[in-house]
Design a protein around this ligand. Structure first.
Ligand SMILES: [Zn+2]
Length: 171
């Protein structure tokens, strides 16, 4: 990042905070060459897809978040290029739905599908960690597909940390 005052590249971040709407990170930088300060904003690249969460709130689809989740689930079993390609396929499928808003469960479902083809245990890990994305049914299916057979409900609840507390829903 070049200093807008003198053009030097030797600067460092002195303060970093989220903007009020949470959509960007604002950084104050200090230029070591001219001793002046300037501000930069960092925003997520927009895919144009909005994810509808369980509480009905919307947030922009973040490919980095999906990629990180897949990487964590896969561990070092699968190389980075393969994970990125799989994450791109997830996004492409979501686009094919042709809707601007997709439920978070659809994102979770596509991720599970992609992970299952790479590593069934990773799909289970993802389903167990991302309960906000997936349902207990998804989780049960992953375990069954992985050959764990029928899972007793008690075990499932323990593993999946139970279904979401009952949603009061619209009045
Ligand atoms: Zn400068």
């Amino acid at each position: 990042m070049r200093c807008p005052h003198c053009g030097a590249e030797d600067n460092h971040v002195v303060d970093s905070r989220m903007t009020e709407d949470g959509g960007a990170v604002r950084r104050r930088r200090h230029c070591r060459a001219c001793d002046q300060r300037f501000t930069t904003y960092e925003r997520a690249e927009q895919s144009g897809i909005l994810v509808r969460k369980r509480d009905a709130s919307l947030e922009p689809y973040e490919r980095q978040k999906v990629l990180d989740g897949m990487r964590r689930a896969l561990g070092s079993d699968v190389d980075g290029g393969t994970v990125r390609a799989a994450a791109e396929r997830v996004e492409a499928r979501l686009r094919q739905l042709g809707r601007r808003q997709v439920p978070s469960s659809a994102v979770g479902g596509e991720v599970l599908e992609a992970l299952r083809s790479l590593s069934p245990p990773a799909a289970i890990r993802f389903a167990s960690v991302h309960k906000q994305f997936t349902s207990v049914e998804d989780f049960r299916r992953e375990l069954e597909l992985a050959g764990e057979g029928e899972i007793p409900d008690a075990t499932l609840r323990e593993l999946a940390d139970a279904p979401e507390p009952s949603d009061p829903g619209p009045p």
